[in-house]
Design a protein around this ligand. Structure first.
Ligand code: IVH
Length: 701
């Protein structure tokens, strides 16, 4: 299919092969336009056309993450070279392998070897090795010591990831025994399936908790690649990466005569070599080995997508050489894709511990490559819409990278006439609170954090934790127990526990003393400073630092509550004020507003406020500070101190530092080259200070 015809197809309709073809074309085309724009200043297409190319590329990559190219435009964007890795030039190129898919393809591969070498009677001896789906690396050893290692990159030059490779326990720093003066050893870095699932679950948890820069990976291969390409080796060190060695690159002397011997040498030097690798005396043995590996595949601890067959004699390998980017002496015999079709019975919405709503497909159970599958994640609402998945549809299921079942698409011809597009709920199925989706995010979240049963236990654990309300004697297990008993639903319930002292004492494993200690600990916390109180509420993105900013700005619970309610209106003065607090960005403001927009949260907050006394936070300013309780804006460049320094000082002196000038601003400090803020201050007739005046009032002069 030509480019234009391909380009007009919906992304959902592309086969994997077409997608790969189009990604290659897009990479070249976008690179061309980048050069035209940046280097020659002579764009050939409009910005909108350019954006359309980039979007198309991104959409295809989102559907086929495993096809993302080394030279993908999405990788180039925002990836400054200075921050990346040094180039790693391979001694001899790192190539890929040609694929065959059946016995006929393999026989053709053998026939080509015979033709090329002019063989007749000789048997072809092979070594079969499971083809692990990871990423290949090249390891340079000199005088038996590991000196450097790199990724494959474009085959000629990869990235120098030496520091990261050094964290791999399976990588020998020194080759045990005699070794050539200089040798490149090649192998596959990968993550085992179980390690991947555990690692990814943790990533998902962190992502859900709102942590920045955390990624969830589509499969073990991507996770391994992402882990090895970390800029900070300490991060790589924590990832469960493994290595199997299997090939040789440039070498100062030939350390073996056959591939079998070569694998022996690798073992002797201390490398892990795949224990399933097997010598096959004749080419006829390959089919049985292939069938055996296909059979064992599901039970292996790591993903394999086929078997690599390598001609055993290295002298023959040398004569055969390469054609294009692949050797003539080796081939990858791939397994057929593990797909199956089944019917989608319903879409369930699960509520995570931090309120994320995740859709899950429930299907008629079906066997996909040896594993019975009945559930698949649908990721998020966009995914359902993009693939137009409807309840009742016949869906095509695939086990991606062997582990996680995925719905690849639907069989449109089999759609029941009454099937309707899935309406993603806008309220939480666990508690009925609003479920909102912040602009630019894909995840919809329940906003009823304080009362939602799906989140209650997590929230309560946070609420009593040391840095929040600091209630001793109320660990996670006890909270779970009291929650299950129905005594603890929302934070205010904690302060009603003292009334149940006798009942607590009667619980198994508690006793009078333990109940009394808990009651004391609770009573001791009936007074709490506003910043701790805000932090304890567990509002997303409101950590200790932001809680402190809010408490310092609003001083009292009543004021904060009132201003947050008023800030629900976009464009309101209260909303502007919130946004102008130094350190409180729009995303944080949004979370606060959403928290207050949910009546259940307000009820829980008010119930809590009836139980505890929330102490006002004053700015801890010296009593005589002229800035105590006043708001201040800095604009322009200060000569004698940096902006952050000045702002910190103002805060220490009890001022509220804000970013924008409004009628409520008390002081505007005007530095050099001040712009519109100075003009606005003049317009509103506000009190302005020069840098010298500010210093004097701050007691510095
Ligand atoms: S040999 C010239 N052996 O498959 C020989 N590759 O499609 C090239 N792979 O880039 C590599 N297991 O990432 C070889 N036992 C194995 C392998 C293997 C996995 C990967 C490797 C390579 C890709 C080629």
């Amino acid at each position: 299919m030509n480019d234009a015809a391909l380009r007009s197809r919906p992304v959902e309709a592309l086969t994997e092969e077409e997608a790969a073809e189009e990604l290659a074309a897009l990479a070249a085309e976008i690179a061309h336009h980048d050069r035209a724009y940046h280097e020659r200043d002579a764009p050939e297409i409009t910005d909108a056309e350019y954006d359309a190319l980039v979007r198309r590329n991104r959409a295809i990559e989102a559907r086929f993450p495993e096809l993302i190219r080394e030279d993908s435009p999405s990788r180039r964007v925002g990836a400054p070279a200075a921050e990346g890795f040094a180039p790693f030039r391979h001694g001899v190129p790192m190539l890929s392998l040609d694929n065959v898919f059946d016995a006929a393809g393999f026989a053709e591969f053998c026939a080509r070897i015979r033709r090329f070498l002019g063989l007749r009677e000789e048997v072809l001896r092979f070594v079969g090795e499971p083809k692990i789906d990871g990423l290949s690396v090249n390891l340079l050893y000199e005088e038996g010591r590991f000196v450097r290692g790199g990724t494959r990159g474009d085959g000629l030059v990869g990235e120098d990831v030496t520091q990261n490779l050094l964290t791999l326990r399976g990588l020998p720093q020194r080759l045990g025994g005699r070794a050539p003066a200089r040798i490149e050893i090649r192998g596959e870095v990968f993550m085992e399936k179980a390690d991947f699932l555990a690692f990814n679950a943790e990533q998902a948890r962190r992502l859900e908790a709102g942590e920045r820069g955390v990624r969830v990976f589509a499969n073990p291969r991507n996770a391994a690649a992402g882990s090895l390409r970390q800029l900070d080796p300490r991060v790589t060190a924590q990832r469960p990466l493994k290595l199997f060695a299997y090939a040789m690159g440039a070498a100062s002397e030939q350390p073996a005569a056959t591939h079998e011997e070569w694998l022996e040498r690798l073992r002797g030097w201390g490398f892990a070599v795949n224990p399933l690798s097997r010598v096959l005396e004749t080419e006829q043995e390959a089919a049985a080995f292939q069938a055996e590996m296909a059979e064992r595949r599901a039970a292996l601890p790591y993903d394999i997508d086929g078997v690599v067959y390598k001609l055993d004699r290295l002298d023959w390998q040398a004569r055969l050489g390469f054609v294009g980017r692949a050797p003539r002496w080796a081939v990858a015999w791939k397994f057929p894709a593990e797909q199956a079709t089944t019917r989608l019975l319903r879409i369930e919405i699960q509520v995570g511990r931090t309120g994320a709503l995740t859709p899950r497909a429930v299907m008629e159970p079906v066997n996909v490559g040896g594993v019975v599958v009945q559930h698949a994640t649908l990721h998020n609402e966009d995914e359902i819409a993009r693939k137009d998945i409807r309840v009742g549809d016949t869906v095509v299921l695939q086990r991606a990278g062997d582990v996680i079942p995925q719905i690849v698409g639907v069989v449109r011809e089999k759609r029941p006439p009454d099937a309707v597009p899935f309406a993603f709920p806008e309220t939480c199925p666990a508690c009925g609170s609003h479920a909102v989706r912040p602009p630019g995010e894909v995840v919809r979240r329940c906003t009823g954090g304080l009362t939602c049963p799906a989140q209650a236990v997590e929230r309560l654990i946070h609420f009593v934790s040391r840095r929040a309300m600091d209630i001793e004697g109320l660990g996670a297990e006890r909270i779970q127990l009291l929650h299950d008993l129905g005594w603890l639903r929302a934070p205010a319930d904690i302060f009603r526990l003292p009334a149940r002292e006798a009942e607590l004492a009667a619980l198994e494993g508690w006793g009078t003393l333990s109940a009394r200690n808990l009651v004391r600990a609770i009573e001791a916390r009936r007074q709490v400073p506003l910043d701790r109180f805000i932090f304890a509420l567990g509002i997303r993105r409101i950590g200790e630092a932001n809680a402190r900013l809010l408490a310092r700005h609003y001083h009292t619970l009543e004021e904060w509550r009132e201003r947050m309610l008023a800030a629900r209106v976009i464009g309101s003065e209260a909303r502007e004020e919130l946004g102008s607090i130094q350190g409180i960005g729009p995303a944080i403001a949004q979370e606060l507003v959403e928290f207050f927009a949910e009546p259940r949260n307000l009820a829980a907050l008010d119930a809590l406020a009836r139980e505890v006394r929330v102490l006002p936070v004053d700015s801890a300013a010296p009593a005589d500070s002229p800035f105590a309780g006043r708001s201040i804006v800095f604009t322009g460049t200060l000569e004698t101190m940096t902006r952050p320094e000045a702002e910190a000082l103002a805060e220490r002196l009890g001022a509220k530092v804000t970013k924008s000038v409004s009628r409520k601003t008390d002081f505007v400090v005007i530095g050099a080259d001040a712009g519109s803020k100075a003009a606005k201050a003049a317009e509103l007739g506000l009190r302005t200070l020069t840098e010298a005046e500010w210093r004097e009032m701050a007691g510095l002069a």
